[in-house]
Write a protein that binds this ligand. Structure first.
Ligand code: ADP
Ligand code: ADP
Length: 209
């Protein structure tokens, strides 16, 4: 968990590699649906461009379908899901149990800097930052050499709306999970990528899951 720009996607990739589990990023799944021009994608596009949330029903159906794939049998990592109490309740109804929650904490001023410098390789979801995590060659993906793009919803106005949405609709999940008895870890999201990576790796070892 964490606001936009907290580093969820960046750290999710490391955790998934270390624990050999798939990364289930509802944001990436929605962007793929838009790229493929599916009905769901067409519906989600305008909502995402305003920085609002796609409905709980749509998201839960997307996740339910994804979890039927065989790579999820040994568990998975959710990145950017659940984002509302309704989604967390929906997970319980689907018997999806949560072992560990990792919350990345960062200040509002850093959110804007992180997001305005974010560049992505659309096909793979690989994430860079022009200042903090630049690609080897400006504006080009390190692996495929294809161009990087800025997400449509990464403009400053939309990011401010997304931060509001996070505070109002997603932040209540912090108390929700703290009260539920799952292992809940708060991580300083303002440290370097490698420091955070190490902190999470150490915590997950002690979590013994
Ligand atoms: P989220 O998935 O939470 O929205 P990302 O992982 O996409 O966040 O990170 C947002 C931006 O900040 C990206 O450009 C990424 O390269 C950069 N970034 C991520 N973690 C750090 C960090 N610890 N320090 C500096 N920049 C970071
Ligand atoms: P970030 O990590 O920068 O917050 P994401 O890629 O996770 O962004 O999400 C981008 C957008 O996709 C959100 O602003 C929202 O419109 C939509 N979205 C992603 N995940 C969810 C979700 N679990 N519930 C509702 N909307 C979602």
């Amino acid at each position: 968990m964490g606001p936009p720009g907290a580093g969820k996607g960046t750290q999710a990739q490391f955790i998934c590699r270390e624990h050999n589990i798939p990364q289930i990023s509802t944001g990436d799944m929605l962007r793929n649906a838009i790229a493929e021009g599916t009905t769901l994608g067409l519906r989600a596009k305008a909502i995402m461009e305003r920085g609002e949330l796609v409905s709980d029903d749509v998201i839960l159906e997307l996740v339910r379908e994804r979890l039927r794939q065989p790579d999820c049998v040994a568990g998975c990592l959710f990145d950017g899901f659940p984002r509302t109490v309704g989604q967390a309740d929906g997970m319980r109804e689907l018997d999806i149990s949560v072992d560990v929650v990792v919350e990345l904490q960062i200040s509002d001023s850093l959110i804007i800097r992180r997001i305005s410098g974010r560049r992505v390789h659309e096909a793979s979801g690989r994430v860079y930052h022009i200042e903090f995590n630049p690609p080897k060659v400006d504006n080009v993906d390190d692996v495929t050499w294809q161009p990087l793009v800025q997400r449509h919803d990464d403009s400053e106005t939309v990011v401010r709306a997304r931060v509001e949405v996070y505070r109002e609709q997603t932040a209540p999940l912090i108390e929700y999970y703290k009260r539920s008895g799952v292992k809940y870890y708060e991580i300083d999201g303002e440290a370097t990528v490698n420091e955070i990576r190490q902190n999470i790796s150490d915590l997950l070892k002690t979590a013994d899951t």
